[in-house]
Design a binder for this molecule. Structure first.
Ligand code: BGC
Length: 749
């Protein structure tokens, strides 16, 4: 067999390799088999607490004695080669190691954070970003990324909202699929691709009260209808590995959840790659109170189908004994090892274990200039224009006296975002640099510092400046003279990410004070937001004339924002999350089910708040452009959809403004009467179109019965007969409406 016959999207099992795996397994001692299931972190970079410090020497000895299957947090061809040489040349069987790393939104050339890329509503953007990340990572010795994170998230308090595609299952599944394709390409054995990981399996995004690592308690219906489809999309895309999650669901930790791992993923979905635990999630079974010892934890995890132990030291210390004492069936270990070896074969590591270790290729590939245009393109498409009163934007570099302020405007680090792999600190194009390229008479006055510690890292705690007002006066003075004031506001990038949950989602430090002081002297305010989670925008909503959501856009951040501010690029992004009116609305998401007392803000005994509206400040799917679009002529091919048939839906969209633009046309449905309460709206299709001024296009969507199906109490995906609402429009809260009826064969008979 040639390794390239592991074609993308096909399953990893192939007769010839399975034979080779049989042969290998027959030669392996129990200790060597256990070794394959063990993953250690390097000592020089950690992404979690290290349970048992291992000195480098001890780690190397373990590799030589076949006690390690994989390393995490080791990058660069030199370091990888050194470790791989030990495994190949000095261990008894010479089984190659697999090197994993969190390459989430770029390796060194940084792309927008995943939440930002989801705002493009353009899966091709995410695919290309994953391709580049894979190319750089693979050139630097890696062959496995712990991405994509496909957790649905509805609670902005949770810091990891930044890592996923937002609140919607359909959009999430499309991005999940695209990212896996991007990372893995058509050929896992290519030196431009890496194995991907669908994580965190499952429901980690539903951590109670948005606090990281917290328990999850969701319904069977939410699990199947909302949480799982993006994971299934990863399997459909041929993902090589899965990572389980830290959380419990209804008291059952994912790491020992046999239903999820064995019955569903490896059984029903026929996933044939392997499952890695999350960092010490096997060991944490003890803290969760389901295992009394590392041995018990190891036993539960292997029985439930967790194949590899990331830094948990439970498999390494206990699995061998458990098998010798007949407490764990050796076949379970064999199965885990088989799955791990399968991925190593697919990566081509048995043919050439050093193919990811070419130093010259690494030098020419990592941070190559050619990737900049991809990073810029992704950044441009990720920007969402939320407000543009009096058409204050775009700015005119020749006529407008523009003043820029806010500490984030010169911040070259925050736009890189958290989960930054090997990004060079402070290497992003800042907003100031980007705007200066277009307008060199720009005035910049920083205002107060945002954070006190300017050398933050993944491991540091944030120290926000709340007292030093230096710079406010000077900023106000300059604002008086300007025609337009651009204020960069939001978060430092290390406010979001793992372990960065917050009880407040407002503007921290002195940012609002600066905003208010400027507002007193100049009403022409454009706010440029940089943030990793939805923020509470209510304090600035009415006062700012324009609000531009940029998230964290990566290396090319400042250039992309400047192109949008000055109208060189017409923004087209749409929100992948609802923007709340305040923390009290969380969790908030558009696709909620109805209540028996549907919300009516004017009627007291309905599902509402007494102090704020129930609707979000900006709905899911929302985003403006410098032009306007008109939707008309919503047409359905029939008022009935029969079981074998399709429903054709068409709509005419016209650019009614003066500039060309891109619009994301969105189709939503509602199952009006069903056996379970169904969401008020659900995204089922979207398409990005480009329109010149006055140009019209007719967009056609085809729906099938699968689009109408949901996971019912029969534990099946079923489409139920009855009437459906359908909307096509610019976002989840606006659209042309029609209805149709679905009729199954059962009814016809
Ligand atoms: C995170 C994972 C990550 C792993 C390795 C964990 O703390 O939850 O998403 O892949 O660390 O860095």
């Amino acid at each position: 067999m040639t390794v390239s016959s592991y074609s993308f999207g096909q399953n990893l099992v192939n007769k010839e390799t399975e034979k080779k795996i049989d042969e290998l397994l027959s030669k392996m001692t129990i200790e060597e088999k256990v070794g394959q299931t063990v993953q250690y972190s390097s000592l020089w970079e950690l992404t979690g607490p290290m349970p048992n410090g291992e000195s480098e020497k001890v780690l190397y000895e373990k590799i030589v004695s076949g006690k390690v299957g994989s390393l995490i947090n080791i990058t660069g061809t030199e370091a990888v080669r050194k470790a791989q040489e030990l495994a190949i040349n000095e261990s008894r069987l010479g089984i190659p190691l697999i090197f994993g790393y969190d390459v989430i939104h770029g390796f060194k050339t940084m792309f927008p954070i995943p939440l930002a890329e989801a705002s493009s509503f353009d899966p091709e953007v995410a695919k290309r970003s994953a391709e580049v990340a894979a190319e750089e990572a693979a050139a630097a010795g890696l062959n496995w990324t712990f991405a994509p994170m496909v957790d649905i998230s509805r609670d902005a308090r949770w810091g990891r909202v930044m890592e996923g595609a937002g609140e919607d299952t359909y959009l999430g599944a499309k991005f999940a699929y695209a990212r896996v394709k991007g990372f893995q390409g058509d050929d896992l054995s290519s030196r431009k691709t890496v194995a991907a990981t669908a994580k965190h399996f499952a429901a980690y995004g539903f951590s109670e009260s948005g606090r990281d690592y917290n328990a999850v308690d969701i319904s069977h219906s939410t699990l199947h209808n909302v949480v799982l489809p993006p994971f299934k999309a990863c399997v459909d895309a041929g993902v090589a590995t899965f990572m389980n999650s830290f959380n419990t669901i209804g008291g059952e930790p994912s790491t020992k959840n046999s239903y999820l791992q064995r019955d569903l993923l490896k059984g029903e979905w026929e996933f044939d790659g392997f499952i890695v635990s999350d960092w010490n999630s096997i060991g944490e079974l003890q803290y969760q109170g389901v295992a009394g010892s590392p041995a018990e934890a190891a036993q539960q995890a292997i029985v439930a189908g967790s194949d590899m132990d990331m830094e948990g030291n439970c498999y390494s210390t206990s699995l061998g004994d458990l098998i010798n004492q007949k407490k764990v069936n050796e076949e379970l270990l064999d199965e885990a090892v088989r799955r791990i070896l399968r991925v190593k074969f697919a990566l081509g590591l048995f043919d050439d274990p050093f193919k990811y270790c070419d130093a010259a290729y690494e030098k020419e590939t990592v941070y190559a200039e050619k990737f900049r245009k991809d990073a810029l393109n992704a950044a441009l498409k990720s920007i969402v224009l939320l407000k543009n009163e009096d058409q204050i934007l775009p700015l005119n570099a020749q006529l407008d006296q523009v003043m820029l302020t806010g500490a984030l405007a010169i911040d070259k680090d925050s736009p890189i975002g958290n989960w930054r792999a090997q990004a060079i600190p402070k290497s992003a194009v800042s907003l100031l640099e980007g705007m200066k390229e277009v307008q060199n008479n720009l005035t910049y006055v920083q205002g107060p510092d945002y954070v006190r510690n300017d050398s933050l890292t993944f491991l540091s705690l944030l120290d926000i400046n709340e007292t030093d007002r230096t710079g406010i006066k000077e900023a106000v003075k300059a604002a008086k003279k300007a025609k337009v004031v651009v204020i960069a506001m939001g978060e430092n990038c290390f406010q979001s990410g793992e372990a960065r949950s917050q009880s407040e989602i407002g503007f921290k430090g002195l940012q609002l004070e600066l905003f208010e002081e400027i507002y007193k002297v100049n009403k022409n305010i454009v706010v440029v937001l940089m943030n990793g989670r939805p923020l509470d925008l209510t304090p600035i909503q009415d006062k700012a004339k324009a609000i531009v959501e940029t998230w964290f856009l990566g290396t090319e951040s400042g250039n992309a924002i400047a192109q949008v501010l000055y109208g060189e690029y017409n923004p087209s992004g749409k929100l992948p999350v609802s923007m709340p009116r305040g923390i009290g609305q969380l969790p908030i998401y558009y696709n909620k089910t109805n209540t028996g007392r549907p919300t009516n803000e004017d009627v007291i005994f309905t599902s509402r708040y007494t102090d704020i509206k129930s609707s979000p400040l900006y709905p899911f799917g929302y985003g403006l452009s410098y032009t306007t679009y008109d939707y008309k002529d919503l047409k359905l091919s029939s008022s009935k959809m029969i079981e074998e048939g399709n429903l054709e839906v068409s709509v005419k969209v016209t650019n009614t403004g003066k500039v060309a633009g891109e619009e994301i046309v969105q189709l939503y449905i509602r199952d009006k009467v069903a056996s379970l309460a169904r969401p008020l709206k659900e995204l089922k299709r979207f398409e990005k179109i480009t329109l010149k001024p006055e140009e019209s296009k007719t967009i056609k969507f085809t729906l099938t019965k699968e689009d109408l199906a949901f996971y019912t109490s029969n534990n099946l995906w079923e489409t139920e007969d009855g009437v459906f609402d359908i909307w096509v429009g610019p976002h989840s809260d606006e659209g042309l409406h029609a209805t149709f009826e679905y009729v199954s064969n059962n009814v016809n008979q």
